[in-house]
Design a protein around this ligand. Structure first.
Ligand SMILES: Cc1cc2nc3c(=O)[nH]c(=O)nc-3n(C[C@H](O)[C@H](O)[C@H](O)COP(=O)(O)O)c2cc1C
Length: 373
């Protein structure tokens, strides 16, 4: 009898340990091996181009394409027409904001490796012409670390920690962007518009279908595609990731249960937040690229100061909510022609967290989008 009990106990222990180990292994962070090798580029330039690709882009579409001329120290950056979110981004607004994010991150990577950089936007071809020249052999490891650390944080932030409120407020004044902290009436307006717009999108079949196409629903799919939104990109880690991958596929991701879960997550995110930053600009492609550059400047500064960032574009993507935001936030400035031409382009949820984390680095192989001449 005692022997049977012992065998049963050992069996239960072995099964439990095996199950927990499997869950642990399956729940680990996916490591994507981006191939940085590209013919015609030396190791340093390859590394710089890789660091540039750690830039944010909506749905992680990585919509940039590059023509590189190493002999002449120049490259051009333009938008890949195949990598665009036709439903939520019909006018390529976010595509060009993302290009701006890429250009600013790439600039930072060149500077870190001792290069001088200049760039100018050609409106006739919607291309950024970018020149670089090595001026120093010193490498700035802090700048490299900052690029690798910057990421989108979709967790709920610490609502008891508003110690960086003043800092963000000052940074926004200096950079010409707006900051609305949790204790302002504008914060409530942004929160409601974002929540309402998210709910509208979550139940819209076309929006859900587009999102589903960019979701990566297994480690294999993430490693194969090297773009889009994996569990980690959505802030789902550990055991939750195992169950998320087990019970979600590209069909169920278009359904009501998935939409309801997304709405609940968004409510949590909006409640766990120190404030919102709005970065505005005109609507031309050049202005959007400049706005992406400015946003990345702000984001990298916040990263250095351990302030988490989460872009929430839903209210800006939906014209009725964008109009509400513009009307209700402009206040007395509506008569000012300069201000009324400025559209809200990036809405960033910001706050503090205990462990800052780092970029998941789900990025495409360089040869997929860089042509060396
Ligand atoms: C123009 C733009 C719009 C974005 N909009 C959203 C958004 O509405 N919701 C969201 O969760 N993330 C948004 N993001 C963040 C991207 O999903 C994120 O940058 C991308 O997945 C890459 O991840 P990383 O920022 O951690 O490198 C946006 C990013 C950019 C550049």
């Amino acid at each position: 009898m005692k022997k049977k009990l012992l065998i049963a106990l050992i069996t239960i222990t072995v099964v439990t340990v095996t199950a927990l180990t499997s869950l642990f292994i399956l729940g680990r962070k996916t490591n994507v091996n981006t191939n940085k090798n590209i013919q015609g580029l030396n190791e340093e330039l390859s590394e710089i181009m890789y660091l540039g690709s750690l830039a944010p882009s909506s749905h992680n579409i990585q919509c940039w394409q590059i023509e590189l001329y190493p002999e002449e120290g120049k490259l051009t950056v333009s938008a890949d027409p195949e990598r665009k979110l036709d439903v939520v981004d019909p006018h390529a607004r976010e595509q060009f904001l993302s290009l701006g994010c890429y250009i600013r991150t790439l600039e930072e990577a060149f500077l870190a490796y001792g290069y001088n950089v200049t760039y100018s936007y050609d409106e006739s071809s919607d291309t950024m012409n970018f020149n670089y020249k090595k001026i120093s052999d010193k490498t700035d490891s802090n700048t490299i670390a900052r690029i690798k650390k910057r990421h989108t944080d979709k967790r709920s932030f610490d609502i008891n920690d508003s110690s960086k409120n003043e800092y963000v407020s000052k940074l926004c004044k200096v950079t010409g962007s707006e900051y609305y902290s949790f204790d302002t009436k504008e914060f409530a307006i942004i929160k409601k518009a974002t929540s309402d717009a998210y709910i509208k999108q979550a139940y819209d079949s076309e929006t859900a279908k587009e999102l589903s196409e960019w979701l990566r629903l297994s480690d294999k799919e993430t490693k194969d595609k090297k773009d889009g939104l994996s569990a980690e990109q959505l802030g789902i880690t550990g055991i939750k990731k195992v169950f998320y991958y087990l019970f979600t596929n590209h069909e169920t991701a278009k359904g009501k249960t998935f939409a309801d879960q997304g709405i609940a997550n968004t409510e949590n995110q909006l409640s766990g937040c120190m404030g919102f930053i709005i970065v505005s600009s005109g609507d031309s492609k050049k202005e959007l690229v400049e706005c992406g550059i400015k946003t990345t400047d702000i984001w990298l500064d916040l990263t250095e100061n351990n302030i988490s960032v989460h872009p929430m574009s839903y209210a800006i993507e939906e014209s009725e909510y964008k109009a509400t935001l513009k009307a209700q936030l402009a206040g007395s400035d509506t008569n000012n022609e300069d201000v009324s031409k400025q559209e809200p382009q990036m809405l960033l949820r910001v706050g503090c967290v205990k462990n800052y984390g780092e970029n998941n680095a789900i990025r495409r192989d360089l040869q997929d989008y860089i042509k060396v001449h």
